[in-house]
Design a protein around this ligand. Structure first.
Ligand SMILES: O=C(O)CCC(=O)C(=O)O
Length: 310
């Protein structure tokens, strides 16, 4: 396992954007200079039509299939609170549900942008669908680092992206955001009238810093606004040991509740969720699936053995 202590001198190369955001710049790929400049100035950039129609159609077909199944998750049939929005659908743990969505969060241009704005070994912190259905109202204005109790200017914790599977329009719930709000200090609060919609064709990406004020838009059209959101965080937003994986799941009931909570079988607000649920519920789901898989495998082996004896 590679192990390198960072050089404290690098901290001196931090860049401060207005009163809102600081970050340690990584390597800059010249081919995306204009995209980087746009993000530095406005806090976001739109990457139009970066995915092929075939990739988008495949994702839409899979999304359709998944949304027909209750087993796709607790918000797959409708949002559960103001934040998700009651006339929305979300499928969490997307990478677990289908291989159709794999190409989106690892797009080359996005990786190059992340290489500049985030530190090496950054992580995917959430990846799920957001389907805003007709009649859905505006989402609460927020920044994606809203749970981080640090004053502005504050270090960039991560990057948000919205990937349009349908065209994003002014009426179907395009994400709205406030350009330049990544420069604001804590003294300035957002006003709804400052927001602009991120209008873009299907197959595009809205890429924005975690300090940008934004919200899902209202859908006053009669069409769905289907999208994916991939969010990335700094590599140091994690525990030293990956305890929820290091710990065997067989006998968690034997472990003191407080210790389990400390080890990450817990949430802070919704951070730490598993497939949109509490981590312990997620663990029980995974255990059940593993047992079913093991029984299936054993049955296959036994059948093979029986056939070989004939
Ligand atoms: O759906 C959208 O356009 C934005 C969603 C969002 O910002 C969020 O849920 O954090």
């Amino acid at each position: 396992m590679a192990f390198k202590i960072p050089n404290p001198a690098t901290v001196k190369s931090r860049i401060q954007l207005g009163n809102g955001t600081t970050f340690l710049p990584g390597p800059k790929d010249k081919s995306i200079q204009s995209l980087i400049d746009h993000v530095l100035e406005h806090g976001y950039v739109i990457l139009p039509s970066i995915y092929t129609p075939a990739q988008v159609q495949h994702a839409l077909d899979e999304l359709d299939r998944l949304e027909q199944q209750r087993s796709s998750g607790p918000a797959s049939q409708g949002g559960r609170n103001d934040f998700e929005g009651f006339k929305t659908r979300r499928i969490y743990a997307l990478a677990d549900k289908s291989r159709a969505f794999d190409c989106f969060p690892i797009h080359e241009t996005v990786m190059k942008l992340n290489d500049y704005f985030l530190q090496p070994n950054y992580l995917l912190t959430s990846y799920h669908t957001v389907n805003i259905e007709p009649g859905s109202v505006v989402q609460l204005m927020h920044t994606d680092d809203g749970l981080v109790a640090l004053p502005r200017p504050r270090p960039l914790m991560g990057i948000g992206t919205m990937i349009s599977l349908d065209e994003f329009t002014e009426t179907n719930g395009a994400t709205t955001l406030i350009p330049g709000s990544h420069l604001w200090g804590d003294d300035r609060m957002p006003k709804r009238e400052e927001m602009i919609p991120a209008v873009m064709p299907a197959g595009s990406m809205l890429y924005f810093l975690n300090t940008v004020w934004h919200s899902g838009g209202a859908n006053t059209s009669n069409q769905q606004r289907r999208s994916l959101t991939a969010q990335y965080c700094q590599p140091w937003i994690r525990t030293y040991e990956n305890m929820t994986v290091a710990m065997g799941w067989e006998d968690l009931d034997q472990v003191p509740k407080k210790l389990l909570q400390l080890m990450g079988f817990s949430t802070h607000a919704f951070m730490g969720y598993v497939d949109g649920r509490a981590p312990r519920t997620g663990v029980e789901m995974r255990k059940k699936r593993l047992i079913e898989w093991a029984l299936n495998e054993r049955e296959k082996e036994e059948r093979k053995e029986r056939l070989s004896r004939l």
